[in-house]
Structures are given as C-alpha cells and as structure tokens.
Write a protein that binds this ligand. Structure first.
Ligand code: GAR
Length: 191
C-alpha cells in the first residue's frame, strides 16, 4: 500500500505511521509527505527519514484547484493508493476528492460529530465533557463530516489540563491510525 501523508504541524502521527511500518504492524510505504508550511517540524522529520517532500505555499496559486492539480499529477505519477491527512489544516477540494474518492483519510481529536474544526480539544474542555476521543474518517467535501471508519474514547478527568488531554488523545491516535490504515483494502498490483 503506497501512502502520501499530508501534514501541517508537528508530525507525531506521521512518526507513528513510520514506526508501525518499521515494526511490521503496518504493511505500507510512505512515498511522499505533502506539507503547506515550510517551517512545520514534520518537514524535518521527513528529511531525516529520506522521504520525498512537497512543500507548497497556497498563496502562490490562484486557487485550490490550481495547487491540487499539481499535487494530483505528482500523486498519480508515484502510484499513491491513499492520502493520509495527519494534522493537515486545510480543506481538500473537488480535484483531489474526485480522483481519490474513498481513498482520503483524516484523523480528528474528538468523537465526531462532536467538536469538528479547529481546536477540538479546547472545544471539549470548554464544554466540560467527561469523555472525548479520536475519530478516523473518510474525507468528503465538508469539515470533518465524512463517513466514520473507527473511533476510540478518551476519558477526561476533572483536573486534567489541556496538555494532559492532548497527551492521552495522541497516545490513542498513534495506535489507532496505523491500525485503521492497515485494515484498508489494497489493489492487487500494489500489495
Ligand atoms: C492530531 O492530534 C490530529 O488529530 C489533529 O492535529 C493533530 C496533529 O498532530 N487534527 C485535527 O485537528 C484535524 N482537524 P501531529 O502533527 O503531531 O500528528
């Protein structure tokens, strides 16, 4: 299974995917990192692992369709089976959605449909929920609205800080995402 990871930030999920591949629990290959922020730590992580990286600045293109066309050509030329969003803070447009229908996954730090969008952990803490969690879902044209593939709950204790909740959520993410990716159907020729 040939993967492209799209990320904008720290890249702990990117690392967890690479670690699962190294340990043999995920039978896949990450051939490309796509990032929209040159300063994102995930870019250095990809370089350390010698993974090809495309960094793009959306402001250099006249539209989302324009940069997605460029990305799509690259993804297709590399035979990418799935696009894995791992903290990619940009909505995917029709160009990639149509070409990769049911082949774009996202991980989100809440039990969707609760707390979509930015700062899901902050939203959960503001509402003083007792349970939040992690969702892996297929991406559609909405914000965190696509069909849910898997979810796992995380308990929020009354004295939990934001950092404490984030740590628990990320520990779940790092196990759940590789496991879900491993369960995806694979085309014969890319096995
Ligand atoms: C992850 O917690 C992921 O669930 C979240 O961004 C973080 C990225 O962390 N994604 C979203 O909030 C998407 N709406 P990472 O860069 O360390 O993998």
């Amino acid at each position: 299974m040939n993967l492209a990871v799209f990320a904008s930030g720290t890249g702990s999920n990117f690392d967890a995917i690479l670690q699962a591949i190294k340990e043999g629990t995920l039978d896949a290959n990450v051939s490309l990192l796509v990032c929209d922020k040159i300063e994102a730590p995930v870019v250095q992580k990809a370089q350390r692992h010698h993974i090809d990286t495309v960094v793009f600045n959306s402001k250099c293109y006249e539209s989302k369709a324009a940069y997605e066309e460029v990305l799509l050509k690259d993804l297709q030329s590399r035979g990418i089976d799935y696009i894995i969003l791992a903290g990619f803070m940009r909505l995917i447009g029709p160009t990639l959605l149509e070409a990769y229908e049911h082949r774009i996954l996202n991980i989100h730090p809440s039990l969707l449909p609760a707390f979509p969008g930015k700062d899901a952990i902050g939203q959960a803490l503001d509402k003083k929920v007792k349970v939040t969690g992690v969702t892996v879902h297929f991406v559609d044209n909405g914000m965190d609205t696509g069909p849910i593939i898997e979810q796992e709950a995380v308990r929020v204790e009354p004295d939990d800080t934001r950092e404490a909740v984030q740590k628990k959520i990320q520990a779940v993410e790092h196990k759940l995402y590789p496991r879900v990716i491993q369960s995806l159907p694979v085309k014969e020729e890319s096995q």
